[in-house]
Design a protein around this ligand. Structure first.
Ligand SMILES: Cc1ncc(C[n+]2csc(CCOP(=O)(O)OP(=O)(O)O)c2C)c(N)n1
Ligand SMILES: [Mg+2]
Length: 326
């Protein structure tokens, strides 16, 4: 893993125990994605996968501020969102492997995971679909239990027409929605800049929705911005928008080697790896390096155990035709 070149200042993190837990969380997401990729290449995972590697600070930072009554809509790049919300990592891996013990009985696979017990109302394969689903959730929450709906989506979603219908609807009705745009610079193999006019943030501002653009590689920056956006939505003031600038360290999906990226771009972003940044900050603020090494070792051992258990788990039995009729 690359090292950050600049020296971290001291006294940045307000709660070192919390951020040590978030460090563990981010390592788990990264390790989970590495494991999924290796199992996919071995033919153990069918279909396709879209990995979250590089974007961990966003799901981790936002989820650390959510309440039990909140709801989240994720994308097909949603393993990290699910793990950050507390979905059992073993059940999530079993789902990837198509096993009965998967969080959705092995029938959702990588792209369609949901877990209502963990507040995850769905992972959506339609670009921008998470925003439509979260708009419905925000309406329901406002009418019933309270709480905020969060929609994660990519930069590509900002060129989908219905996204603006949702934004307008939420603003007019002052629905409690936080829109979290994970701008990783690409939609599939196309650079975001080549297909997007103007600034993403400005599109939300045009509808009188407060919006900010932030560094999506810094988990504490994400937390600060998410706290502002959630407070706005919880106060009944309507939606709030965050554009988090980030980068995916892997291809769009499956075996995409990312050959369309300019030379050196990946390395530049890896120098700002969100996990390396957090570790450097934790050490600068006084957490012992040995303790962080222990967290990394424990997480790696956890993933080894998960891999063995997942591969040993039974596949679902075929549905009886009667079940289809009912
Ligand atoms: C409505 C719709 N159009 C096109 C696609 C095909 N598609 C799948 S992923 C993707 C790129 C989306 O990019 P972005 O929103 O930036 O998300 P990222 O994959 O970068 O996380 C496209 C065009 C789709 N799934 N849904
Ligand atoms: Mg993108």
């Amino acid at each position: 893993m690359s090292r950050v070149s600049e020296k971290a200042p001291t006294g940045v993190l307000d709660d070192l125990e919390l951020y040590t837990r978030l460090y563990r969380q981010m390592l788990l997401i990264r390790g989970f994605e590495d494991l999924v990729q290796s199992l996919f290449l071995k033919g153990e995972i069918y279909g396709t996968t879209h990995l979250y590697s590089g974007q961990e600070a966003i799901a981790t930072g936002v989820a650390s501020l959510l309440e039990d009554r909140d709801r989240v809509a994720a994308t097909y790049r949603g393993h990290g969102h699910a793990l950050a919300l507390g979905v059992d990592p073993q059940k999530l891996l079993d789902e990837m492997l198509g096993r009965e013990s998967g969080i959705n009985g092995g029938r959702a696979g990588s792209m369609n995971v949901n877990s209502l017990d963990d507040r995850l109302i769905g992972s959506f394969g339609i670009v921008g679909g998470s925003i439509a689903a979260a708009t419905g959730a925000a309406l329901a929450l406002k009418r019933t239990s309270g709480g905020v709906a969060v929609a994660y989506f990519g930069d590509g979603a900002m060129n989908q027409g219905y996204v603006f219908e949702c934004l307008n609807f939420c603003r007019v009705l002052k629905l409690p929605l936080v829109l979290l745009c994970e701008n990783n610079g690409y939609g599939e193999y196309t650079s975001f800049r080549s297909v997007t006019a103007g600034e993403i943030r400005g599109r939300a501002e045009a509808m009188d929705v407060p919006a900010e653009t932030i560094d999506g590689m810094s988990v504490w920056t994400v937390r600060e911005a998410a706290a502002r956006a959630l407070a706005h939505a919880r106060a009944g003031d309507g939606p709030a928008f965050i554009e988090a600038i980030t980068y995916r360290f892997v291809g769009h999906s499956r075996s995409d080697p990312g050959a369309y990226r300019p030379e050196g771009e990946l390395d530049e972003w890896k120098a700002r790896d969100p996990i390396v940044l957090l570790r450097a900050q934790l050490e600068a603020d006084g957490i012992d390096a040995g303790r962080l090494d222990d967290v990394a070792r424990e997480t790696s051992e956890q993933l080894d155990r998960m891999r063995a258990a997942g591969l040993a788990a039974p596949f679902p039995t075929a549905l009886e035709s009667k079940e289809f009729k009912d």
